[in-house]
Design a protein around this ligand. Structure first.
Ligand SMILES: Cc1cc2nc3c(=O)[nH]c(=O)nc-3n(C[C@H](O)[C@H](O)[C@H](O)COP(=O)(O)OP(=O)(O)OC[C@H]3O[C@@H](n4cnc5c(N)ncnc54)[C@H](O)[C@@H]3O)c2cc1C
Length: 478
């Protein structure tokens, strides 16, 4: 049997369900015509439409090179093909199958609307050519759609989702599966070999790992040295308190099972300490948002989860969007966070919530603009987590922050960056500001000597306007 393993956001050989199934199917087949080809498809127009960041594209580019080496060690060749967008995938995959006499295509399921539509179209095209298409469940511990509450409907609130998740979880679900090496001839075509070029703009991602060994070492280090302190450290951006593994989970260099297996290290979730349990909860949040897009495809069409919030009349000034993006709002915690994002492709979770609140409830600008900008910058951009995070912050989402809770950018800074070290790291122009004023430098007598802007809006005034804006939307329909 000849098979094709189609890689998407699952760029790993270890614990990759579709790859393992494909190797097994090919190895178990009895005929002489055995072989397995791996394929990755670059879709530049689609990526642009999805706002894929140049930094994540670069991480994918580099990862494909290391993945190709890992696959060679398993006797599998990786081909990389480019088509404009998802709608070209059915013909491309069919052509590759015909060229290599492939009988079965394996891939791991994705749950975003465009991705599920693409896969349905690919399946239809393959069926016409008598090629089987097998989609495996890999991205989450529980396949999206499979965790329901006692009434048989899906959980719209995180806490019951997490409770059900933990009740149904068994340690076997976190077993990390290793692929066997393919003991047959590799399918190989010189013309398909990947040279490390993508027809997509890229920005150097060298500060992130593209090698499996290094990522696993990071996971190990976090689980052993920092997970226990996660609960107390995770909200302080100046501390090394979170795992920084999100880029690898986002492009599938790492599986959620690898994370959980390393965290548990032979224990049951109940035996974890508080810090470790909190980290597990974050991995469950990731699953919650995957389940949500599965049940609510409207989220992939730009709709809010809460119906009345589609009536929000955003009344902010357009030029403030650029100031927010550039980190020139005059609020140090916001500006430092936005500079961190721009320079590293990553932003601390506490700050993602604070800057998202600021865009929507201080600048009164549409969360969709923030969502798109984040995707265009984040090295860990993931549609479900990003949409979930934005809708949570904008109070338009499932189990979201109530609209009357509005983060104060000054007190958030004082609470989570008390000595201002995070702010000073990203805004060196504030180095001389005494700690007392670092989150409200305009109150410092020497402020005029600084090369730093006045606040672009007054938080108290904007808060009142935001409350009214939300009240009006709520009153105008459900
Ligand atoms: C407005 C906004 C946008 C966001 N956009 C993204 C995004 O595009 N991609 C993304 O992976 N996360 C996103 N998040 C969630 C979260 O901020 C990041 O996952 C986290 O900061 C990544 O850092 P870490 O790996 O050190 O996380 P850790 O704290 O170490 O958590 C471990 C892992 O759990 C998952 N996780 C943690 N928190 C969340 C959460 N709230 N929702 C979903 N998954 C979570 C991530 O995969 C993360 O790597 C967003 C949050 C907000 C508020």
């Amino acid at each position: 049997m000849r098979g094709l393993i189609w890689f998407r956001r699952d760029l790993r050989t270890l614990d990759n369900t579709a790859l393992i199934d494909a190797i097994r199917a090919v190895s178990d087949s009895q005929d002489d015509n055995q072989g397995l080809l791996a394929l990755f498809v670059v879709t530049p127009e689609q990526w642009q439409e999805h706002h894929l960041s140049p930094m994540q594209a670069d991480l994918i580019r580099l990862r494909l090179l290391t993945l190709s080496t890992e696959l060679k060690a398993l006797n599998i060749s990786l081909a990389v093909e480019t088509v404009d967008n998802f709608s070209n995938c059915p013909s491309l995959i069919t052509e590759v199958c015909q060229r290599f006499d492939i009988e079965q295509v394996f891939a791991n399921a994705e749950y975003e609307l465009n991705e599920t539509t693409r896969d349905a179209q690919v399946e239809e095209a393959l069926t016409e050519h008598d090629v089987a298409f097998t989609l495996c469940s890999d991205k989450c511990v529980f396949t999206p759609g499979s965790l329901l509450n006692k009434q048989g409907s899906y959980c719209k609130v995180f806490t019951p989702f997490k409770k059900t998740w933990l009740q149904r979880f068994s340690v076997e679900q976190s077993v990390v599966h290793k692929p066997k090496s393919l003991d047959v001839n590799s399918l190989y075509d010189q013309g398909l070999e990947y040279k490390g070029d993508l027809t997509y703009p890229t920005v150097d991602s060298a500060q992130w790992h593209n090698n499996t060994k290094d990522v696993i070492a990071e996971l190990r280090r976090f689980a052993i040295e920092r997970a226990s302190d996660y609960q107390q450290d995770r909200d302080f951006p100046a501390l090394d308190g979170t795992s920084l593994l999100s880029p690898y989970l986002a492009i599938g260099m790492l599986s959620v099972r690898q994370c959980i297996a390393r965290l548990l290290n032979g224990r049951h979730p109940e035996q974890l300490n508080e810090g470790e349990q909190t980290w597990l909860s974050e991995l469950i949040w990731r699953e919650f948002y995957q389940h949500l897009i599965y049940f609510e495809p409207k989220l992939c069409k730009g709709r809010s989860f809460v119906l009345w919030s589609d009536n929000l009349h955003w009344q902010g000034e357009n030029e403030h969007l650029e100031k927010w993006q550039r980190g020139e709002t005059g609020y140090p915690i916001i500006d430092a966070a936005m500079k961190q994002l721009y320079q590293t492709g990553w932003m601390h979770n506490r700050l993602r919530m604070v800057v998202a609140s600021f865009l929507t409830k201080d600048l009164l600008l549409d969360w969709h603009d923030g969502e798109a900008y984040f995707m265009s910058q984040l090295v860990d951009g993931d549609f479900a987590a990003n949409n979930g995070g934005w809708q949570w912050s904008a109070s338009t989402g499932c189990d979201a922050q109530p609209y009357f809770r509005i983060f104060n950018p000054i007190s958030q800074g004082q609470k989570f960056d008390p000595d201002g070290s995070f702010v000073k790291q990203w805004l060196p122009e504030l180095k001389a500001v005494p700690t007392k004023y670092v989150h409200s430098p305009w109150l410092w007598a020497d402020f005029p000597s600084l090369d730093y802007p006045d606040p672009i809006v007054d938080h108290k005034q904007q808060r009142e306007k935001a409350l009214q804006m939300y009240k009006d939307a709520k009153a105008s329909g459900s």
